[in-house]
Design a protein around this ligand. Structure first.
Ligand code: NAI
Ligand code: NA
Length: 396
């Protein structure tokens, strides 16, 4: 069939298998072009189908030659109805990995559940014995805690006071002011329950107890800090509380892994267009200005450039891992450079519906957004019939 984008708000209802495949191939080629990384050889990636998790999996496999197990939650295709993008991404990844002689299997299901954790442990035991790298890269609006059975929903709200600032509808380019009411205590707690570190902790507890963590294992989760303009809704808001919790959990897990010479840490990544970040108010306007400036300076990166640099220049340097005072690895260093942020702050004030097409990189934002779903990818013929019924070969 011929598949076209059908956009509704922050998501695209359709996806393109060929476009998703091309995205994955482009990422693989990028990693290969940067040479070998002396990284983990048996990697578990939780949240492996899109965004930073997919890029981590690609970097592990095609940079470090790792066997990878990926856990994700994606919708398979049905006759006449395309799968979710992460499904096609995984199919494409596994095809490329297998062709390159690399072990790659995937588990599709709710990573927050005990069942999927057990399934993953069984697979590691059967196929790899142990893993020496565990990447935790989940982004979800809700989580059911398997111990309590309670389903928590996260919110993206400020804390303490109403937040009013500019935002952009990146489809129409209309810049407007939005006001978001502050979260109550329950909403804060729920957001921490979804995006904080508790589930990461549960994973490590179970993996360690099962004896599937190798001596010297490394586990990494992803966080974000960002600039002053987004602080009230991001880092000092509900999601920021969750990230504080995630970062505190890293310290806890780090202690827990000492007896097997393991290490846990958080990497603070750059703001990028992903399915998760498109839904956060104010962030798309910030990203469109940031992209413009970073591209002009020649320091723009996407998920794959970020993860390749994380692995090569932070996690697997062969020496000490460079961290900030809080023990976090930083690959948001270029985004947070004073000169970059000074320019963002200035353009922020000048941004209106009329000026943004000039000042910001709305076009880049839109392209990246469409790319997430496999559309607007160079080299793909969208007029050609495609078979939506793509299977994921190593799925268990
Ligand atoms: P994403 O939406 O691209 O990826 C989320 C992944 O989680 C997908 O593989 C999805 O299948 C999986 N997932 C979601 N719910 C699941 C469930 N219940 N069971 C199994 N898998 C599930 O998100 P993105 O942006 O790559 O985010 C990953 C991490 O990076 C998050 O912690 C996010 O806060 C962080 N981060 C994101 C930044 C951004 O600008 N996008 C910046 C810095 C950090
Ligand atoms: Na991810």
């Amino acid at each position: 069939m011929i598949i076209e984008p059908r956009i509704r708000g922050f998501i695209c209802l359709t996806t393109h298998p060929k476009g998703c495949e091309q995205n994955v191939i482009n990422q693989i080629n990028y990693v290969k072009s940067k040479g070998a990384i002396n990284g983990g050889k048996k990697a578990l990636i939780i949240g492996a189908s899109t965004g930073f998790g997919l890029a981590s999996r690609i970097t592990s496999a095609f940079g470090a030659g790792a066997s990878t197990i990926g856990v994700y939650f994606e919708k398979p295709p049905a006759e006449g109805k395309p799968a979710s993008a992460g499904w096609y991404n995984t199919a494409a990844f596994e095809k490329q990995a297998h062709e390159a002689g690399l072990y790659a299997k995937s588990i599709n299901g709710d990573a927050f559940s005990d069942e999927i954790k057990q399934k993953t442990i069984d697979l590691i035991k059967a196929d790899l014995g142990q893993v020496d790298l565990v990447i935790y890269s989940l982004a979800s609006p809700r989580r059911t805690n398997p111990k309590t059975g309670i389903t928590h929903n996260s919110v993206l709200k400020p804390i303490g006071e109403v937040f009013t600032n500019k935002t952009v509808d990146f489809h129409t380019g209309v810049v407007s002011e939005i006001s978001i009411n502050p979260a109550n205590e329950e909403e804060i707690a729920n957001t921490v329950a979804v995006m904080g570190g508790e589930d990461w902790q549960f994973w490590i507890d179970d993996l360690k107890k099962a004896g599937v963590l190798a001596d010297g294992v490394l586990t990494v989760a992803y966080s974000y800090i960002g600039p002053a303009v987004t602080e009230k809704v991001y880092r000092k808001g509900t999601i920021g509380r969750a990230k504080d919790h995630l970062e505190a959990t890293a310290k806890q897990i780090n202690e827990q892994l000492k007896d097997i010479n393991g290490k846990a840490l958080v990497s603070v990544n750059k703001a990028l267009v992903t399915q998760a970040s498109s839904a956060i108010p104010v962030i798309p306007l910030y990203i469109s200005l940031l992209y413009k400036i970073m591209k002009a300076e020649g320091i723009h990166e996407g998920c794959i450039e970020q993860m390749q640099r994380l692995f090569e220049q932070r996690l697997y340097t062969g020496g000490e891992m460079p961290t900030d005072e809080q023990g976090r690895v930083r690959v948001d260093d270029w985004e947070m450079r004073d000169d970059i942020q000074a320019q963002v702050a200035e353009l922020w004030l000048q941004s209106t519906t009329e000026t943004l097409p000039e000042l910001g990189d709305l076009k880049g934002y839109k392209t990246d957004f469409l790319n997430l779903f496999g559309f607007d990818v160079p080299g793909v013929n969208y007029q050609e019939d495609v078979n939506e019924m793509v299977a994921v070969p190593g799925l268990v």
